[in-house]
Design a protein around this ligand. Structure first.
Ligand SMILES: CSC[C@H]1O[C@H](OP(=O)(O)O)[C@H](O)[C@@H]1O
Ligand SMILES: Nc1ncnc2[nH]cnc12
Length: 290
């Protein structure tokens, strides 16, 4: 199978990368089922990347229905070491305006119904997640945004992404609660993905594209799908430029990442005593440690 060390997951409104060349669709099968869609392999300025539409290319999957494990496992099978997630988010702070870009560094988990580990069935692992997003990859991403000087787009380095279950948007009481916690943005997808990427020893960073002020702002209408997709489409060209520039910088100077050895001290179970079937299922993640 063709390989790519850089992966891109496109969220709501970002279902393809227009600048990809030499495109090849790959149907990847995993021990955790099928990914959200075929992965699209192609080159960006000569660098091989793998792209996946998180909700499927026709947006047919709810956040709670996303096959997060299959998506990350598929990226791992293709050799991905750096994963950039482009996602629509609501803003919980006045200064993060629609069309702005946030590169968050923390999460708060408000999901209820997500499987966010590859482990279990006889093999126990606890990854460190105090720093849930790779800071070195985030720096490359944020520097790429800054270097483009995009008109009318402010960059916010760092911030807390609240990951809610959905699919309904928040109540005003919830939105104000998250504001009182100091959170910056809200979405429904990035936290399980970041956990699984860490377990798969893939560096993960979020390019959060602000589409709305959720429902707390007295001077702005409450979020609707129309608002999210409308603003995302207005920003899609910028988002793709950012991804292209990030890929260019990563290919020239791939940074070290603690994520690349995340399982080193995380596995509790003595692997020589672990069930053979589970070892086989997790072979791709564990092979370094067997
Ligand atoms: C279409 S509005 C809500 C939807 O948009 C965000 O998706 P993604 O993170 O994949 O860009 C949000 O998380 C919800 O899934
Ligand atoms: N306000 C919001 N809440 C949750 N997910 C979102 N995605 C985009 N805007 C959002």
């Amino acid at each position: 199978m063709a390989q790519a060390s850089i992966g891109i997951i496109g969220g709501s409104g970002l279902y393809k990368m227009d600048a990809l060349k030499d495109v090849e669709e790959v149907q990847v099968q995993t021990p955790f089922g099928s990914p959200s869609d075929a992965l699209i392999l192609g080159t960006l300025d000569g660098t091989q990347v793998a792209f996946l539409a998180r909700h499927g290319r026709n947006h047919t999957l709810l956040p709670s229905e996303l096959p997060f494990r299959a998506n990350i496992h598929a990226m791992k099978q293709l050799g991905v070491k750096y994963l950039i997630s482009a996602s629509a988010v609501g803003s919980l702070k006045e200064e993060a305006k629609p069309l702005d870009m946030v590169v968050p560094d923390q999460f708060i988990d408000r999901t209820k119904n997500r499987v966010s580990t590859f482990f279990g069935e006889g093999i126990v692992a606890h990854i460190a997640f105090a720093e849930p997003i790779c800071q070195n990859l985030s720096k490359v991403l944020a520097d790429a945004i800054a270097s483009l000087n995009l008109p009318e787009v402010s960059l916010h380095r760092g911030g807390i992404y609240v990951c809610m279950e959905g699919p309904a948007f928040s109540t005003k009481a919830e939105s104000n609660l998250y504001r009182s916690w100091g959170a910056t943005i809200i979405g429904m997808t990035n936290l399980p993905e970041a956990k699984l990427a860490r377990e798969a020893e893939i560096a993960y960073a979020t390019l959060a594209l602000v589409t709305d002020y959720d429902c707390w702002h007295p001077d702005h209408d409450s979020v609707t799908v129309e608002m999210v997709i409308g603003n995302l489409q207005r920003n899609a060209v910028n988002a793709q430029k950012v991804i292209q520039e990030t890929v260019r910088q990563l290919s020239e100077n791939p940074p070290p990442s603690d994520a690349h050895s995340a399982l080193k001290y995380a596995i509790l179970t003595q692997l020589d005593k672990a069930p053979a079937a589970t070892k086989e299922k997790l072979k791709l993640l564990l092979q370094k440690y067997l």
